[in-house]
Design a protein around this ligand. Structure first.
Ligand code: DAH
Length: 335
């Protein structure tokens, strides 16, 4: 008979997953015992040893399976695997995640323009001097280049300071539409970069929406109608707009468009409270059309560019532009 306490100790080791138990001196000592035993007892003792060995193998095999069946550990999870679900922080990225407020608003804006026949294309986040300046009628040394101070790589590539970088590409890539009697109608959302002193209304990285419309007999009245339709739709309210003269090298004439502040956001009846200067726009400068291979004697167009954060802040009463890039859950969960 195998000593029961020895068998028990071996089973415990197997249950703990100790693989060396099968090669242990204790198990070996049983075989030694067997060899020195009277012949008539060997048969049954040998069987006992084999049974015990098999039992230990089974215990080890089942331990191994259980270990394999365990879910893998997500080392990036912001809690310990032993934390009960009720006590885990409520970040629950997979379950409670949502689109970033800007992504939501950009989708809404692009959708409004899609219904007006505009195609959307995202701008590039790295560009060159030709698209940032030259093709927009800022020749080298033009003083207005200073208004677009941004970042440059050592190779001379530029982190674009506006989405207007896409104008030349879009007009020249779609010239065939004009020949077919169709307009070029595009909106370009994108991330832009400026060398800014940061505060509640200035960020180094933000988003713009550019718009381009080129065709025959296009005039400034169409620019105003398009932007007014868009703003009324976006704010869900009939709002007045007005143009003020401005200067951009890539438009002639150039304007700044101001929109009536939505009623719920108006603090009093003063003229200051009434208007918000919202975006830059104008009739596309003939030089810009020419550089994109379009004859300005035949075709004309309008364009505009606006900061997206600013409008989203206004609509949602967000007090600091830096919240957008802060990754603060308190902020993000409100959308
Ligand atoms: N790119 C200008 C800016 O960032 C905004 C702008 C003004 C875009 C007039 C236009 C435009 O397309 O026609 O300040």
């Amino acid at each position: 008979m195998i000593d029961e306490s020895l068998a028990h100790a071996l089973r415990l080791r197997a249950k703990e997953g100790d693989q060396t138990v099968l090669r242990s001196p204790e198990l070996k000592s049983l075989y030694d015992q067997l060899r020195t035993m009277p012949a008539e007892q060997r048969g049954s003792f040998g069987k006992e040893i084999n049974d015990l060995r098999q039992e230990l193998q089974q215990i080890l095999a089942s331990k191994h399976e259980a270990a394999e069946a365990l879910p893998s550990i997500d080392v990036t999870a912001p809690w310990d695997v032993n934390t009960s679900p009720a006590d885990r922080p409520k970040s629950g990225l997979a379950v409670n995640g949502s689109l970033h407020p800007l992504t939501q608003e950009i989708a809404r804006i692009v959708d409004i323009f899609a219904r007006m026949g505009f195609t959307a294309l995202e701008s590039r986040q790295i560009d060159d001097d030709y698209h940032m300046f030259e093709s927009l009628n800022f020749p080298e040394g033009h003083p207005a280049r200073d208004d677009y101070d941004t970042f440059m790589t050592e190779e001379g590539l530029i982190a674009p300071a506006h989405t207007s970088t896409m104008q030349n590409r879009i007009i020249s890539d779609n010239k065939h539409l004009l020949e077919q009697g169709e307009p070029i109608a595009y909106v370009i959302p994108g991330r832009v970069f400026r060398n800014e002193d940061l505060d509640a209304t200035h960020e180094h990285t933000f988003h713009q929406l550019e718009g381009i419309y080129v065709g025959k007999n296009i005039h400034a009245g169409m620019l105003v109608a398009t932007l007014k339709t868009y703003l009324n739709e976006y704010f869900g309210e009939e709002l007045d707009v007005k143009l003020q003269p401005f200067y951009f090298p890539f438009t002639e004439p150039s304007f700044e468009l101001a929109v009536e502040r939505p009623t719920i956001l108006r603090k009093d009846d003063s003229e200051e409270q009434k208007w918000l200067e919202l975006l830059g726009c104008g009739m596309i400068n003939p030089n810009v059309l020419r550089m994109a291979g379009v004859d300005p004697e035949v075709y004309t167009g309008f364009a505009w560019g606006q900061g997206i954060e600013r409008m989203v802040m206004m609509k949602n009463e967000i007090e600091d532009i830096r919240h957008f890039n802060s990754a603060k859950l308190d902020f993000l969960r409100q959308f």
